[in-house]
Design a binder for this molecule. Sequence first.
Ligand SMILES: Nc1ncnc2c1ncn2[C@@H]1O[C@H](COP(=O)(O)OP(=O)(O)OP(=O)(O)O)[C@@H](O)[C@H]1O
Ligand SMILES: Nc1ccn([C@H]2C[C@H](O)[C@@H](COP(=O)(O)O)O2)c(=O)n1
Ligand SMILES: [Mg+2]
Length: 191
Amino acid sequence: MFNVVFVLGPPGSGKGTICSKIQENLGYVHLSAGDLLRAERERAGSQFGALIESHIKNGSIVPVEITCSLLENAMNLHKTANGFLVDGFPRNADNLSGWSRQMSGKVHEQFVLFLSCPVDICINRCLNRGEGRTDDNVDSLKKRVETYNNQTFPIIEHFGKLNMVREVDSERPVEEVYEDVDKVFEAANQK
Ligand SMILES: Nc1ncnc2c1ncn2[C@@H]1O[C@H](COP(=O)(O)OP(=O)(O)OP(=O)(O)O)[C@@H](O)[C@H]1O
Ligand SMILES: Nc1ccn([C@H]2C[C@H](O)[C@@H](COP(=O)(O)O)O2)c(=O)n1
Ligand SMILES: [Mg+2]
């Protein structure tokens, strides 16, 4: 059974940055749903490239069957990992129900790491990220934030009702954010 920590937060809240540090220090494998989708978009012969790009540009969410299969395939490549950081997933109700259908009995969901940060700061971070992402522009960011508010935040609230959310304020410098994240993992892994 794979241990899984879902990592959620607004676009630009620092999910990828913090996951890299957790991976480096705690042996969890970082799987970014967005990175997996971008890799699939670039893969020669993929039947999903155009569909994925249209969702990415519009800030909407790719059907779960595609994303969940990419995640499961990636997990199966790292069978001895301490656990997986599933970054940017589940992003909406379709993601959540599809994950349950495909993954129940195969994973243990430890908790949801929620990186909270004001949206104006997140948008500025994305606009200055400098990675050439096709969705780091004002139009796409407006849509991504709308999707986050209307579809992803309710998923965080859903997990909150199950007492699974561990919120860390990610407006602060990376080192300070990581200190608190490390404490969250320590507490979870003592149980
Ligand atoms: N705590 C922080 N303080 C200042 N800048 C940060 C912080 N965390 C991340 N950044 C910077 O903000 C940008 C976005 O960070 P990152 O890619 O980790 O966010 P993300 O949540 O994964 O975003 P997305 O959802 O768009 O993939 C990067 O340029 C990163 O270096
Ligand atoms: N569960 C997911 C995760 C990501 N996507 C698509 C749509 C997002 O705007 C884009 C970028 O994700 P990020 O790298 O910002 O986490 O990828 C999706 O459809 N479903
Ligand atoms: Mg990211």
